[in-house]
Write a protein that binds this ligand. Structure first.
Ligand code: C5P
Length: 248
C-alpha cells in the first residue's frame, strides 16, 4: 500500500455515508487496470464502531462494491482465542485494514494475525493489521493515576509498537508526533497510521495535538486519518484534494 489519505466516515448511518461519498470524486492522476477495465480508485475510508454496530457487515460490502478501500476501526481487545475467531470473520468480509489494542499483549496480537489471515485466505492483497498503542484521549497523568503505569507515555507507546511488530503486525495507529520514533524503533516499513490531522492550525476540535497533512508527511506518517476537516467542510472535495496534494 502506498501513502494515502483515509477519510474517517463518522456518520450515523449507511445512507448518510453513501450520500457524503457520492459528493466526493477522487481527484488524482492514479488509475489502476483491473480485468482490462480502467478503474479510478475511490477514497480509502474508515468505518468506526458507531456505523458498524448500526448497520452491520453490510456497510463493508456496500463500500467495497463502490470501490472503496475500507479500514475497519473496531479496536478489538479480548482473550486470544476470541480475538482470533473474530478476526477470521473480519478477514472474510474483505476489509483492507483492521485494528486492535496493543494492550491485549503479544499472544492476543499473534492470535489476531493468524485469525485474520485465515479469514482473508482468498484475498490476493492481504489486509493490514494495525495496533492502537495508547488512545490519544489517555494522557500520561491518566496512565500514572488510573492505570498505575508509571513509565513515560512515549516509552509505553514505543514498547507497544515493538510488541506489535514482534507479533507480526503491520503497524500502529499513533500520533504523527510519534511516527519518527516508531519508525526508528520498528523500521521504516512498519506502518504509522495517524489521526489528529487539521488543514490549518486553527480549530482542532477535541484533538489535543494536531499536524497538517504536509507536516505529517514530513514526520513520516504512512497514512493520515482525516475526519471532520473533510466531512464537515463546506467543500469536502476541495478539502480532500488539499489533503491528497499535501500528503501524497
Ligand atoms: O474528525 P477527526 O479528524 O478528529 O477524526 C479522527 C478519527 O480518527 C476519528 O474517527 C477518531 O475516532 C479516530 N482516532 C483518533 N485518535 C486515535 C484513534 C482514532 O482520532 N488515537
Amino acid at each position: 500500500m502506498a501513502k494515502d489519505v483515509i477519510i474517517a466516515c463518522d456518520f450515523a448511518s449507511a445512507d448518510e455515508t453513501v450520500k457524503f461519498l457520492d459528493r466526493l470524486t477522487r481527484i488524482r492522476d492514479e488509475v489502476v487496470k483491473c480485468d482490462d477495465i480502467t478503474v479510478i480508485p475511490r477514497p480509502f475510508v474508515k468505518i468506526g464502531m458507531e456505523l458498524f454496530y448500526a448497520e452491520g457487515p453490510q456497510i463493508i460490502k456496500t463500500l467495497k462494491d463502490r470501490g472503496h478501500k475500507v479500514f475497519l476501526d473496531l479496536k478489538l481487545h479480548d482473550i486470544p482465542n476470541t480475538v482470533k475467531k473474530t478476526m477470521k470473520v473480519l478477514g472474510e468480509y474483505g476489509v483492507d485494514m483492521v485494528n486492535l489494542h496493543a494492550a491485549g499483549g503479544i499472544d492476543m496480537m499473534t492470535a489476531a494475525k493468524e485469525g485474520l489471515m485465515l479469514g482473508a485466505a482468498r484475498l490476493a492483497e492481504k489486509p493490514k493489521l494495525i495496533a492502537v498503542t495508547q488512545l490519544t484521549s489517555t494522557d500520561e497523568e491518566t496512565m500514572h493515576r488510573e492505570l498505575l503505569i508509571d513509565r513515560p507515555l512515549d516509552e509505553v507507546v514505543k514498547q507497544y509498537a515493538l510488541n506489535a511488530k514482534e507479533a507480526g503486525l503491520d503497524g500502529v495507529v499513533c500520533s504523527a508526533f510519534e511516527a519518527a520514533a516508531i519508525h526508528e524503533a520498528c523500521g521504516a516499513g512498519f506502518l504509522t497510521v495517524t489521526p489528529g490531522i487539521r488543514l490549518t492550525k486553527d480549530g482542532s476540535d477535541d484533538q489535543k495535538r494536531v499536524m497538517t497533512p504536509k507536516e505529517a508527511k514530513e514526520a513520516g506518517s504512512d497514512y493520515i486519518v482525516v475526519g471532520r476537516p473533510i466531512t464537515a467542510a463546506d467543500k469536502p472535495n476541495e478539502a480532500y484534494s488539499a489533503c491528497l496534494e499535501a500528503f501524497k
